[in-house]
Design a protein around this ligand. Sequence first.
Ligand SMILES: Cc1cc2nc3c(=O)[nH]c(=O)nc-3n(C[C@H](O)[C@H](O)[C@H](O)COP(=O)(O)O)c2cc1C
Length: 172
Amino acid sequence: MIELLRARRSIRKYTDKAIEPEKIAILKEAALRSPTSRNKHPWEFIFVDDGELLGQLALSKPHGARFLQGAAIGIVVCADGEKSDVWTEDCSIASILVQMVAQSIGLGSCWIQMRNRMYDDQVTSEQHVRNLLKMPNHIKVESIIALGYPVEKKEPISREDLDYSKVRINSY
Ligand SMILES: Cc1cc2nc3c(=O)[nH]c(=O)nc-3n(C[C@H](O)[C@H](O)[C@H](O)COP(=O)(O)O)c2cc1C
């Protein structure tokens, strides 16, 4: 795991290659194996591989989502907010675990933030996603994880670049 983390970077450019069904199955398993507070499993995952839908989801906010259009799939990580008061934590854990497992099977990925983001002056990114994917209003949207075979290769962050002053011992 530490080797995966050392190599981990956000990947936003993907080849046209589709992701094999066996790998999609692994991603589904990773999502469903994610731990949740009080084991409530408030999350749900919408796997979007329809190019037109991906193009529309890529417009969910003015910045930081356009590359979803070129992804092989986007996984919408959402949750029933009434099932858990910590659904954001549960969704975040699932999002990053999916990303790490994706990396372990040769895929690139990037988190696209949806919660607390706006589509335009009036409509939230979340509502835009809900409308597109016919989701009921009580389902909250945390993120979309864009995935595909990487085109870009990014250098790992070196250990020298880690800010160890962020880690304190015994007191602040
Ligand atoms: C909570 C969270 C939200 C993020 N939202 C976006 C996003 O909306 N669009 C995007 O392009 N990248 C997004 N990212 C990726 C970060 O920009 C990226 O992780 C950061 O710049 C560090 O780069 P690296 O992942 O290559 O180390 C997000 C990452 C996290 C953890």
